[in-house]
Write a protein that binds this ligand. Structure first.
Ligand code: C2O
Ligand code: CU
Ligand code: CU
Length: 468
């Protein structure tokens, strides 16, 4: 038995804290995957996998022959994991969206030293918020993320809302050539624009994988866009459903059900939690579909099997909100910042372990200060416990998914569109757009703040915010 089928059997049982991605947890009543299990270790290593026609070498995962697993945690229960680096280059692990203590945040030089080859680093924290999050390295981010090292985190609520099953999707591309091997992962030309795109679109490292669920059942679809570059306009075609959470958090304001005319946009770093009702007839399908003007692609399929369970979406209990401190936006101090070009251009910039050799982007005309970040001023200094408005202005013609570590915020207004004020950690700044976000700075430390288009991040569009 290989590791994947072993884990599939163990999934839901006591050893099932790390499930292979995408496993339908119909059998999850077999046990509860909670803190009774010893957390697995993550052994970061090179991997090989058949993404398309032939095996692709030089991938990065935590197994030799499988994608990084879904990490399952439970809200309010301690979680700990040992990360061992067996790569020839340094790494760290960051827990995107989780409000962890600063020293657990995984940002090289800002919160910890990089984990060098042969070293093990223990991360331990208690997830405060239920929802969908993800993990990825924060060192050599272009190389390691583009080659595969991204995984989804599911933090379960203390009370289940009443689904019959679940499918978890890690959406991302791989940039491989005709020979199925990696091509050049980035370029100066693309870094100065929208970034470099992959050639194969995958869900859980597969092209249009199929997951079966009982006809007429209620399925919780949890997905994350973990690609270095791609924004996903998504639809869920063939079934009824509701968006119930975004970027980890239950919605404060409703999001419309996506249609082929108006898909929902999920940017690099963002996640969705979707309630689906499977069709009533055996063999009917719901297609998770990428729909842009240029192309339509089925990313994953949920197929109904057997006689209908006849469930209704109205039977689901609403998700309890996470305990995020709210604020009154009136009269708050406003801190302004500008995202745009860098004055440094062709000077190398040592961003998050290693440089591309150029610096096109900046916050307030100051690009990421490099591996000596501690010696450089933060882009903002906030008082612990106080609420703020950050006014984020994009002075460039490109879109930037701007991500703040360690806290969650909500958009308050945009100069271009109506934005629902839902809790998030990653907000898309459209070209020339200005967005106000608000939050209570309640997590002390130095928190990275950057664009999640990795070529932008790596070529300067990053800084940090100090909360003390
Ligand atoms: Cu998804 Cu700085 O992280
Ligand atoms: Cu993050
Ligand atoms: Cu950007």
């Amino acid at each position: 038995m290989d590791r994947r089928s072993f884990l599939a059997l163990a999934g839901g049982g006591a050893a099932g804290l790390a499930l292979p991605v995408g496993v339908s947890t119909l059998a999850k009543s077999a046990g509860n995957a909670s803190a009774e299990a010893t957390p697995p270790a993550l052994r970061i290593q090179t991997a090989r996998y058949r993404l398309r026609d032939a095996v692709t070498d030089n991938m990065v995962s935590v197994f030799p022959d499988a994608p990084p697993p879904v990490l399952r945690m439970r809200q309010g229960e301690p979680f700990a994991i040992d990360v061992t680096n067996t790569l020839d280059e340094a790494t760290t692990v960051h827990w995107h969206g989780l409000r962890v203590p600063n020293e657990m945040d995984g940002v090289p030089y800002l919160t910890q030293f990089p984990i060098q080859k042969g070293e093990t680093w223990r991360y331990a924290y208690t997830p405060k918020d239920a929802g969908v999050y993800w993990y990825h390295p924060h060192c050599r981010t272009m190389e390691q993320i583009a080659r595969g090292l991204t995984g989804i985190i599911v933090v379960a609520e203390t009370e289940e809302p009443g689904f019959d099953g679940e499918t978890v999707l890690n959406l991302r591309d791989f940039r491989i050539g005709k020979d199925d091997q990696f091509m050049q992962l980035y370029s100066a030309r693309a870094a100065a624009r929208a970034g470099t795109f992959g050639t194969v679109m995958t869900a859980n490292w597969e092209q249009n994988p199929v997951y079966e669920h009982p006809a007429g059942s209620l399925v919780r679809l949890r997905l994350g866009a973990t690609d270095t570059t791609r924004f996903y306009p998504l639809t869920f075609e063939g079934g009824e459903g509701r968006i119930i959470g975004a970027d980890g958090h239950p919605l404060r304001e409703e999001l419309p059900w996506p249609t082929t005319e108006e898909p929902i946009l999920v940017a690099p770093g963002q996640r969705l939690d979707v309630a689906l009702r499977m069709p009533d007839r055996h063999g009917e399908e719901i297609a998770v579909t990428y729909r842009s003007l240029q192309r339509t692609r089925k990313l994953a399929t949920l197929r109904a099997t057997g006689p209908s369970l006849g469930r209704s979406l109205d039977e689901l209990k609403p998700l309890p909100p996470n305990d995020v401190p709210d604020f009154d936006p009136k009269g708050l101090e406003v801190v302004e910042m500008v995202f745009g070009w860098s004055p440094d251009g062709l000077k190398p910039n040592n961003g998050f372990c290693g440089s591309f050799g150029y610096t096109f982007w900046s916050i307030d005309r100051k690009p990421w200060p490099g591996d000596a970040a501690k010696g450089i001023a933060p882009v903002a200094e906030l008082e612990l416990g106080k609420a703020y408005v950050l006014r984020l202005r994009n002075s460039s013609p490109n879109r930037h998914p701007i991500h703040l570590h360690g806290q969650v915020f909500r958009p308050l207004r945009s100069n271009k569109r109506v934005l629902p004020s839902n809790w998030t950690d990653t907000v898309v700044l459209d070209k020339e757009e200005t967005i106000d976000i608000g939050f209570v700075a309640d997590n002390p430390g130095d928190w990275a703040f950057h664009c999640h288009v990795i070529e932008h991040q790596k070529s300067g569009l990053a800084g940090f915010i100090r909360v003390s």
